[in-house]
Design a protein around this ligand. Structure first.
Ligand SMILES: [Zn+2]
Length: 272
C-alpha cells in the first residue's frame, strides 16, 4: 500500500545497479505466498530497517507527537508480541495523510495514515488493520519480494553489508517505488488470517477488522479517492471478507475482548 511503482533515476555510477533495478521492475507483479523462498536472514532484515525508515521519512510527513506515537506503539507492540518475531523490535509510525492507508516494511516497521485513524471509529478496527500489516511482516512478505527481485548473488554482495551505500540505494529504490507493498492475493489472504489470530491473541475483538473492511467498502462508494491507494493494493473482494469472517468464527469466544477504550478516543481525536 503505497504509491504505484514509479522509477526514479539515481546518479549511481554502476551499471550493475541499473541492471538489478531493471530486473526488479521486470519482475512485474510479484508473488509472495506461504512458504515462499527467502534468502534474507532475520538479522539482515532487521539491519535494513533504518534505511527503510529514512526513505519513508524522506518521502512522507511523519507525525512526531510523542504521546500519539507512544499510544500507537503500545497497541502495535501488544499485537506484534503474538508473532514468532515478538522478541524483535517493532516500530509503528503515523503518516500525516488524509487518505485511508497503512503499510508494512521489512524489519518490523508499520506505517498508518492519519486518515485511516480518523476513519477507525473503534480501537479494534485500528488494531485489526495494524494486525493485518503485522501479518505481512511476520510472514516476511517484503523480504520474499526482495529475494524474488534480486536473487542470491546480488543480495549477498550488495544488500547485506559488503557495499552499504549501494544497499541503501536499493532500499531507497524499493521503498520509493512501493515495490515492497505490491503483494499477491495469496499474501493478502495470509496477512488477513494471521492478523485475525494475532489481534485476537492480543485481546482485541477480531470483528474490528471485518467491520473496518465493511466501512472501507462504504467509503469507496461515497469518496473513492480516499481509499484508492488501499484498494489498489488490497482488493476488497467479498471472498476476502468471507475468509476473515470464517477465520473469526473458528476462534473460541472470549468474554473480555477489547473493542474500544477512552484512551483510543483521546488518541483518535487529534486525527479527525
Ligand atoms: Zn495487505
Amino acid at each position: 500500500m503505497q504509491n504505484r511503482p514509479r522509477i526514479r533515476a539515481f546518479a549511481i555510477p554502476s551499471t550493475l545497479l541499473v541492471v538489478i533495478l531493471a530486473l526488479a521492475v521486470y519482475a512485474g507483479a510479484p508473488q509472495a505466498s506461504e512458504g515462499a523462498f527467502n534468502l534474507v536472514s532475520l538479522d539482515q532484515e532487521w539491519a535494513m530497517r533504518d534505511d527503510m525508515l529514512a526513505q519513508v521519512a524522506h518521502e512522507k510527513q511523519l507525525v512526531n507527537d510523542r504521546s500519539a506515537l507512544e499510544y500507537i506503539n503500545y497497541v502495535g507492540r501488544r499485537i506484534a508480541a503474538q508473532t514468532p518475531y515478538g522478541n524483535r523490535r517493532w516500530d509503528f509510525y503515523i503518516v500525516r495523510d488524509s487518505t485511508v492507508n497503512a503499510f508494512n516494511l521489512p524489519g518490523g516497521l508499520v506505517f498508518v495514515n492519519s486518515g485511516l485513524i480518523g476513519e477507525a471509529d473503534r480501537l479494534d478496527e485500528l488494531a485489526g488493520v495494524m494486525a493485518h500489516e503485522i501479518g505481512h511482516g511476520a510472514a516476511r512478505h517484503g523480504t520474499q519480494l526482495m529475494t524474488r527481485a534480486y536473487g542470491y548473488n546480488l543480495l549477498a554482495s550488495l544488500a547485506l553489508g559488503r557495499n552499504p551505500s549501494m544497499a541503501r540505494q536499493i532500499v531507497a529504490q524499493l521503498v520509493g517505488t512501493g515495490y515492497l507493498n505490491h503483494y499477491s492475493r495469496d499474501a493478502e489472504r495470509q496477512a488477513d488470517r494471521l492478523g485475525v489470530g494475532y489481534v485476537y491473541q492480543a485481546g482485541y475483538d477480531p470483528h474490528g477488522l471485518e467491520d473496518f473492511f465493511g466501512k472501507l467498502q462504504q467509503i469507496n462508494r461515497q469518496r473513492p479517492s480516499k481509499v484508492a491507494q488501499f484498494f489498489s493494493n488490497h482488493p476488497m473482494t467479498s471472498e476476502r471478507i468471507q475468509i476473515v469472517d470464517s477465520e473469526i468464527d473458528r476462534l473460541p469466544r472470549r468474554s473480555s475482548q477489547t473493542q474500544d477504550t477512552r484512551d483510543y478516543q483521546r488518541f483518535r481525536s487529534s486525527f479527525r
